[in-house]
Structure formats: C-alpha cells, structure tokens
Design a protein around this ligand. Structure first.
Ligand code: ATP
Ligand code: ZN
Length: 300
C-alpha cells in the first residue's frame, strides 16, 4: 500500500479556461483519473499522481506552501503571486519547470478606441483598473510612470464605462472582448501561457523521479502534436534532394528495396506539419508511394 506521502499532488483549476486542457494533457501522459464525489479531487488510478481541483489564483500559494508538489496555472497568475510575495519581503517557494503551450494570452493595457494614445507617458496621473495590481505597478515603476491602480476582481473591461478608470490592464487573447467594449489594446506587459510549477521544497528521490518522468512525457505529448511519420520510395540518386525537402526531420532511415537495387525506402519523423505542397515537391524529386502517418507517442 502506497502512503499518501509518496503520491504526487498536482493543483489544477477546478472550472475555467485551463481545466479541460490541463486534465487532457495529463491523460495523454497515460494518467487515468477518477473524480471524487465532492468533485474536489481526482485520483490517479494507474500512477501515484492525484489532482487537487481549486481556483487558479490559489495554485501558486498551494505549491509555495508545499500542500501540492506541482501546479498547472497561467504564467500571469504565477508572476503576480511572485511579485506579491516579493512585495511582502518573502521569496516565492515555487519554480517554473515546464511551459505547456496552451492558455496563451497577454496581459495588456487598453483604453477607449476613440481616444488617442501617445505611448506609456499617456498613462501619467491616470486611473488604471486591473486584477493584476503587482504586475501593473511593477510595469509603471520600471517606466517611471505615476498612475493610480484601481483593483477590480473581475469584469475589468467595464471599469471605464462605470467611470472608475481611464485605462484597463487585463488579459487579452483574441481582443474581441476589448472590441465589444469599445476599447483598443496598447502596451503588452506579459505574454502568458499555462505552465507547470514545482515546489522548491526538496522532494524524495522517488517523487522527484516521478516528476521527471511526467515532465518527459509532457514533452513527448507536445512534440507529438506537430509530428508526422513519412514513408516513401525513391531512387538512391534522389536521396540528397529528398533529405533537403523533408520538413523538420532528423537523419531519415534508408532501407534497400528487395529486387530493385537502385531504389530505396525512406522513413522519417517530421517535427512539422507535412503539407500537400511538400508531398508534391517530393514526388517531383523522384519519390513515389508516399505515406504520411500521425505519430501517437514519442520519447526522446
Ligand atoms: P477561477 O474561478 O479559477 O479563479 P478565473 O475566472 O480566474 O477562474 P479563467 O477565466 O478560467 O480564470 O482563466 C484562467 C486562465 O486562463 C487565466 O489566468 C489565463 O492564464 C488564461 N487565459 C487564456 N486566455 C484568456 C483570456 N482571454 N482571458 C482570461 N484568461 C485567459
Ligand atoms: Zn482566478
């Protein structure tokens, strides 16, 4: 029987934009999850890994306080917490260990679409509404701008309409929310995506080995998304040209073909999308019997 001491706890968002992707990534790493009745916990059936389902804002704190070993959360939340702790004279007890390439967004300043913006100096003595007070103050200080930050816990985009602020500093992905509220984006403070953070508290060798294994599998999951396995036949003489045409591939495997010594089969993993144009170019270079297959798993 495993003690809970040896199980890894990962804090993930309970409901929100990161929830589905976070669980999906872990499932692609081979983790089978069962949700508890109270829906606050997911039990890892086949690996000693459990999920704690919480609000995203609580994740850096839970990892910092070593309640959870790992957390999956937006870099925006991580950096805000780091600055908040720094402002209180404390060191963040978590470190970023992996970038997950989903949940992309940016923390940006925005103002009324019909008002002229003459760069950062336009913010001088203005009121800026945000949920990211520390990131905003840090940005203002490093640009020597004096402005008033107005804290909004949500719906920041309505602050100007309510007459509570002149500008906002909020997360933007497509920009449609800004547009719908008659605003335009200005300076970007932070480019964000979902990341894995780990507690700075030392883990047992056994737990650290499991974390490393999980991170390696996550890396494989990211690589596999873009990768294709490509197979073709070609005259031996066309090999150099074909090698140049194979997109993002390492040294291909070249296999002789029975009965036709002048022809070979070429197999390669391409770490980029393979487009029709590429196949047409390969064919023009002498390739035949072209096959492109999806890659299901990859371990570097
Ligand atoms: P919670 O109830 O967990 O506190 P929340 O409302 O704070 O949820 P969500 O709106 O679900 O959070 O966003 C979670 C994360 O998704 C953000 O912190 C950010 O990293 C990322 N994200 C990606 N695109 C956007 C976007 N357009 N707006 C807001 N967040 C985004
Ligand atoms: Zn939140």
């Amino acid at each position: 029987m495993e003690s809970s001491q040896q199980r890894i706890k990962i804090a993930v968002q309970k409901t929100g934009r990161l929830t589905e992707h976070s669980q999906d990534m872990l499932e692609r790493c081979g983790l089978k999850l069962t949700r508890s009745k109270d829906r606050l916990f997911c039990y890892g059936e086949n690996m000693p890994i459990d999920l704690l389902l919480v609000r995203d804002d609580d994740i850096p704190g839970l990892v910092s306080e070593d309640v959870c070993d790992l957390g999956i959360v937006g870099l925006n939340v991580v950096e805000e917490k780091r600055l908040e702790l720094e402002a209180a004279g404390q060191n963040a007890m978590f470190k970023q260990v992996f970038a997950l390439d989903f949940g992309h967004c940016r923390l940006a300043l925005a103002g009324p679409a019909d008002a002229e913006y003459g760069g950062i100096s336009s913010l001088e003595n203005k009121r800026i509404a945000t949920s990211y007070v520390h990131l905003l103050n840090n940005f203002l200080n490093s640009n020597s701008i004096r402005a008033e930050t107005v804290y909004f816990s949500g719906a920041v985009e309505i602050a100007p309409k309510l007459g509570k602020a002149d500008y906002i500093c909020d997360l933007v992905s497509t920009g449609s929310t800004l547009e719908a509220n008659g605003m335009q984006q200005h300076d970007v403070l932070l480019e964000s995506e979902a990341v894995v953070i780990q507690t700075r508290a030392p883990l047992s060798d056994e737990k650290q080995a499991l974390v490393s294994r999980l991170l390696q599998r996550l890396d494989g999951v990211l690589q596999v998304r873009e990768s294709k396995y490509i197979m073709l036949h070609a005259p031996r003489s066309a090999l150099p040209r074909i090698r140049d045409l194979l997109p993002g591939s390492e040294a291909p495997t070249v296999v002789p073909l029975e009965g036709t010594p002048e022809k070979v089969a070429i197999h390669a993993v391409c770490r980029e999308n393979v487009f029709w144009e590429t196949l047409e170019n390969l064919k023009a270079a002498g390739a035949s019997s072209l096959l492109v297959l999806p890659v299901e798993k990859m371990l570097a």
